[in-house]
Design a protein around this ligand. Sequence first.
Ligand code: HEC
Length: 130
Amino acid sequence: MKKSFGLVAGAALIALSSQAFAAAEVSEKIWVGKKIYDRAFGRGCGACHDISSNPQLIDLIKKGELPKDRFASVIKEGKNGMPKASAAIMAVGPVKKANYTEDQAIDAVYSYLKGLGDGSVPAGKLKKKK
Ligand code: HEC
């Protein structure tokens, strides 16, 4: 009796902890968006945008201060210290694999950042819904 309780408690703990570290399931679009954010330019957009002196994309989108058309045009044309990013985005493996157009890829990374801001996308590991 005691022994089986220990086993059950152990199994429950393992189930709980693996759930805490499991990747959340998201749509292909959100998943590709995260890959773009993490991988474009090799080190990802965050190499610059996770630095507080650079524009805080998640916050700006959340506050309604960075509409998608401006987001897209800065990516396509660059702006001061912001390099043109179209080619870097289109070179990300999952973008090629999903066969996205440039506009679909930009929409994916915008939707990912918007989702982080409104809480519909959890921070951390994500996996693509099958
Ligand atoms: C080399 C550093 C660097 C990288 C890499 C970079 N950015 Fe930027 N980005 C900047 C800087 C600096 C600015 C501010 C430009 C300005 O307004 O003068 C900026 C501005 C922007 C803006 C405009 C914000 C606004 O309020 O108008 C967007 C959108 C943006 N970046 C998206 C991205 C995305 C998406 C990626 C990844 C694909 C990326 N950036 C990668 C440095 C970078």
